[in-house]
Design a protein around this ligand. Structure first.
Ligand code: GZL
Length: 327
């Protein structure tokens, strides 16, 4: 572990200097020994969406730029794979463990193992529902409830002159995931004051285009009167657009669409008017993660909660910013 190793190296260096003064030193490396690089074990959710791809890229590129040795694992959306990866990082004695919890629950046992091994943990992107905050040093990520609120508030404003009913279908993210739970809660909270807003169907599309399209196809078959789609990420919204067009309807007009993320494909659909409003959720967590990890590995203190800055986009704004979008 980086901190311990630093202490051991210092002791070794002192020993060498003493031995050197008294005679030949055969300790070999006299400290350093090539083990100076900070090592981070990162357990990623998977590769389910454009957001996740951009998030992985940000972490890998930031580690390279920071001279950090990154041990990276892709859990393919399975919590048991993330838990296995964390246990492997503990065995490998990495300096810091970081991960994006695929779901909120079921982490206390493995995180207690990391704590017992004195390996600090940083949560990125998604939160956990553990009450024991000593299990991690910091959580860097978005406020998903606020993202849902922003989506709902835009709809309330957009429909303010409509008598209603405003029939809404909702494509939820991965069941049990913090962004799915919180974006749903924030949106519902924003529209609850006016009974004209009715969520007539709500189902998971697993944050993927494929599932988003399939679920939207079933929504369209059972609900001829859909006015709005609220999708917890761009990818499900983009899949739904394919289903809406295949059903002979115009996305963005016959059915208004609100999504979250603001990845390039989503922003392109927004600029074309197929999506009406996007709430940004930045995947570019790499640089801040490296800073946090270095501070933690050196025994420094970090904020328990690091909130990422993000905004919202209309079609006009998307047209303006698309050329410089990084992801
Ligand atoms: C949000 C992130 C979500 C994105 C999805 O921080 O966890 O997971 O909104 C991604 O696109 O799959």
């Amino acid at each position: 572990m980086f901190r311990k190793r630093a202490g051991v190296l210092l002791t070794a260096a002192l020993l060498v200097s003493v031995l050197g003064a008294c005679g030949d030193d055969d300790s070999g490396d006299g400290g350093g020994g090539g083990g100076d690089k900070l090592t981070i074990g990162f357990a990623q959710v998977g590769a389910e969406s454009g957001w996740r791809t951009a998030n992985t890229k940000s972490i890998q590129e930031s580690a390279k730029a920071a001279g950090v040795e990154l041990k990276f694992s892709d859990a393919q959306g399975k919590q048991e794979n993330q838990i296995k990866a964390i246990r492997s990082f503990i065995t490998q004695r990495v300096d810091v463990i970081a991960f994006s919890p695929v779901v909120e629950s079921g982490w206390d046992t493995v995180l207690k193992e990391a704590k017992d091994a004195e390996i600090p943990v940083i949560l990125t992107d998604r939160a956990i529902d553990s009450t024991d905050e000593s299990l991690y040093e910091s959580f860097i990520g978005s406020d998903f409830v606020l993202e849902g609120k922003k989506a709902g508030e835009w709809l309330v404003e957009d429909e303010k002159d409509e008598p209603g009913p405003v029939n809404i279908v909702e494509l939820q993210g991965t069941p049990g995931a913090a962004p799915a739970n919180d974006r749903k809660a924030g949106f519902a909270d924003a529209i609850k004051a006016d009974p004209k807003f009715k969520i007539i169907a709500s189902q998971t599309g697993q944050f993927t285009r494929t599932d988003g399209k399939q679920v939207m196809e079933t929504f369209l078959k059972s609900h001829p009167d859909i006015d709005v789609l609220y999708a917890h990420n761009d990818d499900m919204g983009l899949g739904a657009i394919e289903a809406i067009e295949a059903a002979g309807k115009t996305p963005g007009k016959d059915i208004k669409i609100i999504t979250v993320d603001a990845v390039k494909d989503g922003m392109t659909a927004l600029s074309e008017g197929k999506i009406n409003f996007i709430v940004e959720c930045s995947p570019l967590l790499g640089p801040q993660l490296m800073d946090l990890a270095k501070t933690v590995a050196d025994g420094g203190t970090v904020d328990k909660r690091v909130l990422t800055e993000e905004t919202t986009f209309t079609p006009e704004q998307a047209k303006e910013v698309l050329p410089e979008r990084k992801y």
